[in-house]
Design a protein around this ligand. Sequence first.
Ligand code: ATP
Ligand code: MG
Length: 463
Amino acid sequence: MDKIYNNNSKKLEILLVEDDFIFAESLKDSLEDEGFNVTLVKNGSDAIKIIKNKTFPLIISDINLPKKSGIEILEEAKKRDKLTKVILITGYGSIEKAVEAMKKGAEDFITKPFNMEEFLLRIKKILKYREQEAQLELFSKIVNDKNIFYGIVGKSKVMQDIFYLIETIADSDANVLITGESGTGKELVANAIQMLSNRKDKPFIKINCAAIPENLIESELFGYEKGAFTGAIKSHRGKFLIADKGTLFLDEIGELPLHLQTKLLRVIEDKTITPLGSNKSFNVDVRIISATQQNLEKLIEQGKFRQDLYYRLKVVNIHIPPLRDRREDIPILIDYFIEKFSKKYNRKIKFTNRLINELISKDYPGNVRELENLVHSIIVVNKDKEIIDSTHFSPENSNKGKENYLFGVFDIFSPYHDVISKFEKIYLSKVLKACNNKKTLAAEILKISRKNLWEKLKKHNLG
Ligand SMILES: Nc1ncnc2c1ncn2[C@@H]1O[C@H](COP(=O)(O)OP(=O)(O)OP(=O)(O)O)[C@@H](O)[C@H]1O
Ligand SMILES: [Mg+2]
C-alpha cells in the first residue's frame, strides 16, 4: 500500500487510544509501517487533554477506557474540529454503544479481532474523504458581507450576536464595557460603536490607562490649570473636555488607580469636571466606552476596582470570546487578512489549500492579533511569491532546511579542521560578496585586521 502523507509531506498524525497494551502496540506498529505518525495514550482523560491542544485528522479509540470513554473522546474531538474522523474499537457486546457513537458522528467502528489489511484500506478511504470535505469547506467560506461588520470579521453565532448588539445599542448614550482577552478585537468593537452612534461626527478620544504613568493619568483625563503643580506652566485641557459631546474610549480600565476610579465615578454621576488647580467646574456630555482584558469582578472582590463604577461603566457589556471558542471564524479571518495585505502591498497573493489548512488547525493564544500577524509575516517573508505554500513559512521546516543545507555541504564525519576550513571558505566568500569585494569593509565587519583577512583569503584562494 502507498504510504499516506498529509499534503504537507509530513506524516499524518493519528491519535490511538487503547488500554489493551499488546493490541495497542501491534496496531501502532502496523500504522507506523504505513507511514503514519502515531501518538498512543492508554486512558481517556490523557487523550482528552491532548485533543484540547491539538487537532488530529484521525483518532482511533477503544470505546471502553479507564477514566473517560471513547464517546467522550469523540465528542471532544468533534468540538475542536468537526473534520476530525473518529474510528471506535468495540469489544464483544458493545454494539449498542457503537451505534450511539455513529449517531454522534463517529466515522466507523470495528470489532476486535479484525483484519489489519482491510482496516488500513478503510482508514485510507476515510482520510481521502476528509480531505475532500476540507476542500469543500474552504470553497464555501468565501467571505460575504454579513460576515464583516465595520471592519470586524466573524461568522460564528457569538460574533453575529455581537454585531447585532452593537447595532442595537450604538446610538443610545449608554456606557459600554467591552471585555475579552488580548487581541480579540475590543478596540475594533469600540470603533464600530462610535461609527454607528449619533456621536459619530463628534470627538472620539482614546486613552490607554495602562500606557500612561499613574501620576499623569489624572491630568490627562481631567486637565489642569496653569500653576496647579510644579511644571504646570500653562493650562491643559483634559480628555474629558476635549471629548465633550462625543465619546471617550478608556482602554485597559482595570489599570485605573483606585483614587482616579472615585474621581471618574463622580464625573459620570455629576456630568461635570473640575480640572486640577481650578475652582471652576465644566459640564461635560461624554459617552464612555471602556475595555479591559481583566476580570473586573475579580478585581472588585480583591478591592482593586470599585463596584459602583463597574455598574456605571457596564450599562451594556459586550464580551468577545477568545478565538479558540469560535474556531469557525478562523478560515474567513485568514481570507480577510490575505486580502487586506494583498491590497496593502499591491500584490496578487494566494495561499495554497494546504497552507490554509495548516493555519486553520493552529492554536491562537494571542487570538485574532496573532493570526493577523502570522498571515502578515508569511506574506512579507514570501516577498516574491504569488502562490504561497506552507513549506515557505513554517519555522520548523525552514530550520530543517538550513540544517540539511549545512549537512549537505559538510560531511559531519570528516576531520574537524577540514569542516571548519570548508565553512570558513564559504563564510568569507559570502561576506566578501555582500561587501562588493571591498576588503577593508569586510575586515571591519568581521572585526579582524586587513592583514589577517588577506592571509585567510590567500589560504582559500579567494584573493
Ligand atoms: N474580528 C476581527 N476581524 C478583523 N480583525 C480583527 C478582529 N479581531 C481583531 N482583529 C485585529 O486584531 C488586532 C487586535 O485587535 P484589537 O486591538 O481590537 O484587540 P484588543 O482586544 O483591543 O487587544 P488588547 O487587549 O491587546 O488591546 C487588530 O489589528 C485588529 O484589527
Ligand atoms: Mg486594545
